[in-house]
Design a protein around this ligand. Structure first.
Ligand SMILES: Cc1cc2nc3c(=O)[nH]c(=O)nc-3n(C[C@H](O)[C@H](O)[C@H](O)COP(=O)(O)OP(=O)(O)OC[C@H]3O[C@@H](n4cnc5c(N)ncnc54)[C@H](O)[C@@H]3O)c2cc1C
Length: 417
């Protein structure tokens, strides 16, 4: 086989740049094709403590630390009427190794990761839109278009698809399955003048539960907060209102948010994005590995996206490196990658699926740390994907209690919204 590159990566977001850095660390020749010019806006600003492990492995942590992002020590979950709240304090989970995380403006964060991959020797071509991929017996051929409109072709032994929600290769191969009941829409923007938590709780993300929707409030800087509303696409359509009007109306009717936004002023354009949870039926095939959102996407309520993207970018590129070393196009390790990626997603999905139910809310918002169950929840939601038995059985008990709550009302009833 005679190809220019060992691996071509579609997309230079967190999954793509993690894969590129990891492959460079292994000495592979890597081409990253990214359609945008970085730095560029992206949503997904609240990270999880377990992201840190990947930062360390990539050697990028000193650059991230030097960028001075807001430190995040906890995640707070509020009822919209302010009647009840619960806080996960990452430093107090007895099974959680990393006590804190960061809130990031993705333009800056993604640029640091991509430039790091470049410094490690990856060739990065921005404003290069991938338009076609072809998997052949002895190579992968990629067609892409650059800013000046010219068409190009590149060949590699392997393709890593890190194209995010574009889901490039899986869409072309019709592999996408949506999770039923999780077709959402997100309306969001950046604000100044939002009253966020202070002191020990400074930097916390606030998630505010409404009856059938929720808000996020993410402090990015001392006077810059990302605020977003996530609601069912069907509810949005039924309202028959402009997105900003839906957002403003939801702020006015959600006491917890309204109180904090009394003096808020919009400092960015508003954004609207479909937020449909999906999975792809195949994450690996001959010469192809899908990572990050291009492997699947889940509702962002627990801020899991970037951590899952970087973790899959790292694991996915390691199995590609091993396959190249073995001279194979498909390996057992690639299949194991698919299995472990699905398992990592399912760790969050079990919480997401239940989050919208009343019986889950009744236990989650009134937690008991009996048997250190809150510590186990803390650990799972901090992004620890390699569960010890100690956390595994505690989580099983928690979900058994959620099941029982539906039938027998173990916890005090609470109003949702
Ligand atoms: C409303 C919302 C809120 C979210 N909030 C959070 C949060 O708080 N915390 C969190 O961790 N996650 C959050 N997420 C999820 C997070 O945004 C993603 O999981 C994360 O960005 C995935 O990284 P990625 O590298 O896989 O994809 P991306 O970051 O999307 O990167 C993909 C890249 O591929 C490029 N690309 C796409 N197609 C092509 C092509 N054909 N040719 C060349 N380049 C291409 C794109 O330009 C992009 O730069 C949120 C998501 C949504 C929708």
């Amino acid at each position: 086989m005679n190809t220019t590159w060992d691996v071509i990566i579609i997309g230079g977001g967190p999954a793509g740049s993690t894969a590129a850095s990891t492959l460079r660390q292994a000495g592979r020749k890597v081409l990253v094709l990214e359609k945008e010019k970085f730095p560029r806006f992206h949503i997904g600003e609240s990270l999880l403590p377990y992201n840190r492990a990947v930062f360390e492995d990539l050697g990028v942590w000193p650059k991230i630390e030097a960028a001075g992002f807001m430190v995040k020590r906890g995640a707070q979950f509020w009822m919209g009427d302010g009647s009840i709240r619960t806080r996960l304090n990452f430093s107090q989970g007895s099974f959680t190794e990393f006590p804190e995380s960061i809130q990031v403006e993705r333009a800056k964060f993604d640029d640091i990761l991509l430039r790091h991959a470049e410094e490690l020797g990856a060739e990065v071509r921005e404003e290069a839109l991938v338009t076609e991929h072809r998997i052949e017996k002895d190579r992968v051929t990629i067609k892409f278009r650059t800013k000046d409109g010219s068409e190009h072709e590149a060949q590699a032994a392997f393709l890593v698809d890190a194209s995010g929600l574009t889901n490039f290769t899986a869409n072309r191969e019709k592999l996408r399955d949506y999770y039923p009941g999780h077709k959402k829409i997100a309306i969001f923007g950046h604000y100044s003048g939002v009253q966020m938590t202070e002191g020990e709780e400074k930097g916390d993300i606030l998630i505010i539960r409404r009856k059938n929707s929720w808000f996020w409030m993410i402090p990015l800087e001392d006077d810059k907060t990302s605020v977003g509303l996530v609601l069912d696409q069907a509810d949005f359509k039924a309202l028959n209102m402009a997105p900003q009007a839906v957002f403003d109306d939801a702020v006015l009717t959600t006491k917890t948010v309204q109180d904090r936004m009394i003096n808020a002023r919009s400092i960015s354009q508003g954004h609207v994005l479909s937020d449909f949870s999906y999975t792809n039926r195949k994450l690996v095939s001959d010469r192809v590995v899908r990572v990050g959102d291009a492997s699947g996407f889940i509702d962002p309520i627990f801020s899991s996206g970037v951590m899952l993207a970087m973790s899959s970018g790292q694991r996915g590129s390691k199995v590609v490196h091993a396959a190249l070393t073995a001279g194979k196009t498909m390996t057992f390790a690639m299949r194991h990658y698919e299995w472990s990626t699905r398992r990592n997603v399912s760790r969050f999905w079990q919480f997401i699926e239940k989050f919208y139910t009343k019986h889950f809310a009744q236990l989650f918002f009134q937690p008991s740390n009996k048997f250190r169950m809150v510590c186990a929840i803390n650990c799972a939601l901090a992004g620890r994907t390699r569960m010890s038995f100690a956390t595994w059985w505690r989580l099983r008990i928690f979900f058994a209690l959620v099941w029982l709550q539906k039938r027998f009302s173990l916890a005090k009833p609470i109003e949702i919204g």
